[in-house]
Design a protein around this ligand. Structure first.
Ligand SMILES: C[S@@+](CC[C@H](N)C(=O)[O-])C[C@H]1O[C@@H](n2cnc3c(N)ncnc32)[C@H](O)[C@@H]1O
Length: 296
């Protein structure tokens, strides 16, 4: 779950082209605040999202769209013997990812590559496993991306894909302003070519991209005052900051007035107070690159 972006890999910041730097055109860029949010999100949700994902020693794992390494550290922790290759289009994020893994898992061997996921520098069949988390939601062509990535898996190799879906948000106390804020984010992300409601589409997307044995399961986050770590780690530090960051953009585009936006954010915070409740569902898919048919 991340901020809206078009997913188009190209140089977008002043001077980046000269430095040969490729990045993705995110509405809010790769700010320190977003880095912190991605880390909080990954750490808070690690047990929920990574449960069941562990790769055998020696297996070749490709993480695509690793960002600042917020998920990579959990992949390394759960699969210490796996040979992980992590890819992102943004060079600054990769540097942070490298530092994060070195800090948390000194001695871990991860290969880092700056590359566009549509055009990765690996031969077909190079990997046993693929891991993609909160990336498809930013891509205008998620099915094409999944198809391209499937070719990098050996026949019988597995894919794990995790995405959120803002349509799954349920909270108390209800507030039309808070709901409008979430809706604005969905529209901003759609305008940037992404889909903040992509979780519900994972099964058909993976199937259309040629994967077999597709299994999608919901991973639900629920928070109320009896679960203070989830209230802080997810509702306050992960979910609401996602929206706080796009307020200016929403107002600029005429999707909300400043006052309505402010009210919506205040009401979202009320769901994290005593008496408030909050629910969000992530979707975790596993799938297989079909094995080659043997001639009889
Ligand atoms: C919301 S972040 C998620 C990062 C990480 N997977 C996580 O869960 O914390 C999405 C990442 O996908 C990367 N990305 C987007 N489009 C890409 C592309 N075409 N090729 C490679 N990486 C891409 C972005 O640079 C960004 O780091």
């Amino acid at each position: 779950m991340g901020r809206a972006g078009t997913g188009r890999a190209r140089a977008v910041r002043a001077g980046d082209e000269e430095k040969g730097k490729m990045t993705v055109e995110y509405v809010h860029g790769y700010s320190a605040r977003e880095t912190r949010r991605l880390s909080d999100q990954a750490d808070t949700l690690a047990a929920l999202l990574h449960e069941g994902t562990a790769y055998p020693a020696g297996s070749r794992v490709l993480e695509v769209g690793c960002g600042v390494g917020a998920q990579t550290v959990h992949l390394v922790a759960n699969s210490p013997g796996a040979r992980i290759t992590a890819v992102d289009v943004d060079v600054d994020s990769l540097e942070r990812a490298r530092a994060r893994v070195a800090d948390r898992h000194p001695g871990a061997r991860v290969e880092w590559h700056r590359a566009d996921l549509y055009d990765l520098p690996f031969p077909n069949g190079s990997f046993d496993h693929l891991f993609v988390c909160f990336v498809l939601e930013h891509l205008p062509e998620p099915e094409r991306a999944l198809r391209r990535l499937r070719r990098l898996l050996r026949p019988g190799g597995t894919a794990t894909v995790i995405e959120g879906d803002h349509g799954s948000v349920v909270f108390h106390p209800d507030s039309p302003h808070a709901r409008a804020v979430i809706d604005c984010q969905v529209r901003l992300q759609a305008a940037a070519g992404g889909d903040a409601l992509i979780g519900r589409r994972l099964q058909p997307l993976l199937t259309a991209a040629g994967y077999g044995d597709v299994a999608v399961r919901p991973r639900t986050v629920y928070a109320d005052r009896t679960l203070p770590e989830t209230v802080d780690g997810f509702v306050r530090d992960t979910f609401i900051p996602l929206f706080e960051g796009v307020g200016d953009e929403a107002v600029l585009r005429g999707l909300a007035t400043e006052e309505d936006w402010r009210r919506g954010i205040v009401d979202l915070y009320r769901t994290a107070e005593d008496g408030g409740t909050f629910h969000y569902t992530f979707f975790k898919a596993t799938a297989v690159n079909p094995p080659l048919r043997t001639a009889r």
